[in-house]
Design a protein around this ligand. Structure first.
Ligand code: UDP
Length: 230
């Protein structure tokens, strides 16, 4: 099996998946698109370090091993067509939808589900939609929510050690061959908002044309490398 998406190529080889991270960067439902040297390898290694950390915290991820420079060997999953966002602070589409000020604290981790569908601009849904649309059962949705919050609090603690603030993050989940819900896809500056004293270390640099995103992505990778050794 071979599948090519906007930023990754997935090949199923024997009983594992090889996920190759491309150098493409996109925003705005794929309308903004560029290719940036070494982005794939930076995001693949960052994902590997962070998923390895999460598995030490008791969270099941698809990661088997990092195959340098730009590939992850992973457990094959049947992916839910969903983005599961956890927010610790207000930003992005939360502020556009509900108002408030970027960077304001939320009183508890907010979990939102979005269906992956660029044509419909990734509509936000609740757990009842997921059941009615036969995307996930209530139990599976609860498991995704619980795992997403646990992972976010663990990553918040990880980044805090380097003086960074995790504002929000997006996860994707799938089912393994036993029907268990497992964390898949990637964890990188493409998929979270990370700030330090007002400085932006995530894809907002690209979304808002604030300079060279790869400079920041590389700094995040260096941070992950050093924090993972502590
Ligand atoms: N996100 C993502 N993929 C998407 C949409 C969002 O990884 O297709 C991440 C985004 O980088 C941020 C979080 O999910 O860390 C919340 O994004 P938000 O809903 O605020 O949307 P945005 O501001 O990107 O439109």
């Amino acid at each position: 099996m071979y599948y090519e998406g906007k930023t990754k190529i997935v090949k199923i080889v024997e009983n594992h998946a090889l996920i190759e991270f491309k150098d493409d960067i996109t925003a705005g439902d794929g309308l903004k698109h560029d290719v940036m040297t070494n982005k794939g390898s930076i995001c693949a290694e960052t994902t590997a370090i962070l998923m390895d950390y999460l598995s030490k915290k008791g969270i099941r991820t698809h990661l088997i091993e990092y195959v340098p420079p730009r590939t992850l060997k992973a457990v094959p999953l049947k992916m839910f067509p969903l983005e599961v966002v956890v927010r610790l602070k207000k930003a992005g589409s939360f502020v556009r939808r509900y108002g408030g000020v970027e960077g304001e604290d939320l009183p508890f981790p907010l979990v939102e589900f979005f269906i992956k569908d660029d044509e419909r601009h990734d509509p936000m849904v609740c757990v009842d939609h997921l059941e009615i649309l036969k995307i996930a059962t209530k139990d599976q949705a609860e498991k995704m929510k619980e795992t997403a919050v646990k992972a976010t609090l663990a990553l918040k603690e990880f980044f805090e050690k380097g003086g960074f603030e995790l504002w929000d993050i997006k996860y994707e989940f799938g089912l393994d061959k036993n029907g268990e819900v497992v964390l898949g896809d990637e964890i990188s500056p493409d998929t979270f908002r990370l700030r330090k004293k007002g400085e932006i270390f995530d894809k907002d640099v690209y979304r808002r044309d604030l300079g060279d995103p790869m400079k920041k992505y590389r700094e995040v990778l260096e941070l992950c490398r050093s924090l993972s050794l502590q």
